[in-house]
Design a protein around this ligand. Structure first.
Ligand code: BES
Ligand code: MN
Length: 455
């Protein structure tokens, strides 16, 4: 049960890195966009590929198609294990093999589904979210090989980007394959390419569709414009009513928290502006630390709006509109409760008495790390060694809603949220990429962590 030295782990990682890059590049080429159909052949091929690659690093894997709560066929999931010693601790490695769509390839500087290396980063859809998670697990297992001293289970999900609809029935049907002492969820971010992080919290999320009607049918904008505002303008007034003059949400019942475990370091405004590609004249909305605004306070985004496209517009007053609002919730608030607060507010603020209806959509809970568990200390130490600097732990504004579900079903499991992202990764956007420094050091860190967990 030798503790592997840092030098040894690093040497093995360097030797294996070409293989890892090759696996990640092939994974990107598989175009595993779950929004194009979770049950599609392209998703099965992606799952089979991941299963085969994990087999090459010693994990017995299989592809299982899940079932949705209504009994219909669900995602292609990869499950597997490498059992070394019945008395050793068991670690579950999580990542997801589905990726976000590419609605506009012309917005990319490289071919989205052809892995392309530029200046220390590998570009491509899913290079980071979450092909990077799969690559890190694969690299760590390859390094440890027969020196692995923990039992490993793997779960590589096929529908994370769709909100994991069949997740609960799937785990309930495969309890043994998930039962573990430590769960490493490699689907989150780092402070920067040089500074690793353990994720301290994630926000929850939920959405609603708002329909607003002012007329029973569209009418001439010259004949009636003035007293009759169009549905889009009324919709804009409704959306604007959620904010005060600072751009701070004013919805009663939406909880706001402070960063979990105290604010280790606030986000730097200049870097945030640069990383998010904010235009120079824009001033950030909201109050409080930037970190709290992204990690632990709620936010609402209009992610869809049905309105007449400009090119086919003409002089008519729109009778109705439909708006989809995506709500990110504070890590500790139940999404259904937050959703009700939002709906109640919208219904109470119908501008000028327009008819407003709110249709609730799905939601998922946020998550906060338990800083006291032993595995957290091991993870921080492993990251410190691998990256050669002190980690800066951070919350994240994104959501991984199955984590609280997993925690509820396996209350004793210690959950660690790690991952391949950094502020320049452009997950979900054009020009997604992974930092090769994070990929390499992340592999070393996970190998060291698994080794420590086995002590
Ligand atoms: N990897 C992200 C979660 C994430 C985002 C972590 C940003 C750290 C920073 C994950 O794949 C994701 O995008 N989740 C969805 C969940 C949704 C579909 C329920 C999200 O946050 O929108
Ligand atoms: Mn992800």
């Amino acid at each position: 049960m030798a503790v592997l030295s840092l030098d040894e782990v690093r040497a093995r990682a360097d030797k294996d890195f070409t293989r890892v890059m090759d696996v990640l590049s092939k994974k990107i080429a598989l175009k595993s966009v779950s929004a194009e159909g979770i049950t599609g052949e392209h998703m099965r091929r992606s799952a089979e590929f991941v299963a085969q690659e994990l087999r090459k690093v010693g994990v017995e894997t299989r592809v299982v198609q899940s079932s949705n709560p209504d009994g219909t066929a669900g995602a292609y999931e990869v499950v597997g294990s490498k059992i070394v010693d019945a008395d050793a601790p068991t670690v579950l490695l999580y990542a997801h093999h589905d990726v976000q769509p590419v609605p506009d390839p012309s917005a990319w500087d490289t071919e989205p589904f052809a892995a392309t290396e530029v200046d220390g980063r590998l570009y491509g859809r899913g290079s980071c979210d979450d092909g990077g998670g799969i690559a890190i697990h694969s690299g760590a297992l390859a390094i440890l090989g027969s020196d692995l001293n923990v039992n490993v289970k793997v779960f590589i999900e096929g529908e994370e980007e769709m909100g994991s609809p069949s997740f609960i029935p799937f785990i309930e049907a495969h309890r043994d394959e998930f039962d573990s002492d430590v769960i490493i969820v490699a689907d989150s971010g780092n402070w920067s390419p040089d500074i690793p992080s353990l994720t301290t919290s994630l926000r929850g999320n939920t959405s609603v569709d708002v329909t607003l009607r002012v007329l029973r049918h569209p009418v001439h904008s010259g004949q009636y414009g003035g007293p009759v505002l169009d549905a889009n303008t009324l919709g804009a007034m409704l959306v604007a009513s959620m904010y005060d003059e600072h751009g701070e949400l004013v919805i009663p019942g939406l909880e706001a928290g402070e960063p979990i475990g105290g604010l280790q370091r606030d986000l730097d405004e200049a870097s945030l502006r640069e990383d998010a590609s904010v235009v120079d004249s824009y001033e950030f909305a909201g109050i409080g630390s930037l970190a709290s605004r992204i990690w632990s306070k709620p936010s609402v985004t209009v992610i869809g709006w049905d309105a007449q496209p400009v090119d086919t517009s003409f002089n008519v007053i729109a009778d109705a509109t439909r708006i989809r609002l995506s709500l990110r919730t504070a890590p500790g608030q139940r999404p259904d409760e937050a959703q009700r607060a939002l709906s109640d507010f919208l219904l109470a603020h119908a501008p000028l008495g327009a008819e407003v209806h709110v249709t609730p959509l799905d939601g998922g809970m946020g998550w906060a790390m338990n800083p006291d568990v032993e595995a957290t200390k091991d993870a921080i130490e492993a990251m410190r060694q691998a990256f050669g600097v002190d980690p800066i732990n951070k919350g994240e504004g994104g959501s991984i809603p199955f984590i609280p579900e997993l925690q509820r079903l396996f209350p004793k499991a210690q959950v660690l949220v790690t991952g391949p992202e950094d502020p320049k990764s452009n997950a979900h956007s054009p020009n997604e990429s992974i930092s090769l420094a994070i990929l390499r050091n992340g592999i070393v860190a996970e190998a060291l962590l698994l080794d420590k967990l086995g002590q």
